[in-house]
Design a protein around this ligand. Sequence first.
Ligand code: ADP
Ligand code: MG
Length: 165
Amino acid sequence: MADRSTIFKTTTQNIEETEELGVLLGELLVSDFCVTLSGDLGAGKTAFTRGIVDGVTPGEGDFVSSPTYAVCNVYQTAPPVHHYDLYRLEDEDDLESVGFYDSLGSGILIIEWAERIPSVAARADVRVAIRRTAAEVREFTIESATERGAEAVSMLKDTVRKSCS
Ligand code: ADP
Ligand code: MG
């Protein structure tokens, strides 16, 4: 079996670098890819998503805002990006009412607070954990959970290394 677990750790020094990292990941995402984002409030999950959306379709990142109250925002990228924040959901039974099952198979999923609902967390191709280590410094741990996730993570790793050297 091919290696499903690839880890890439990197650090960003400001919000622009976080958005740029998101762009590089977004450029690698296709069809129904699922990325989960974890990290405390203010870690940079939404900033990173702005980059991802811009990486999928340049210019669309400007429309990204936090879906905390809406639970889901959909961006008209190609393919569409469904950006979820599950913070306010109680349990799996709430997924139906927020349209989660309808989003499956109709675009890329980016999910904040997926860890609140294990059946959602289990859908991840790539898991991104963001940790604030100083006012403007964020430590990223980007880990694959599927084979195609592993491909994306290793390509991301190569691209970041090239752009830094
Ligand atoms: P979350 O969605 O995780 O709650 P947001 O993306 O909404 O976080 O907010 C991140 C906040 O942290 C923003 O106010 C941003 O300006 C600030 N920030 C400072 N340094 C960084 C960094 N390196 N990466 C991302 N955000 C940063
Ligand atoms: Mg957020």
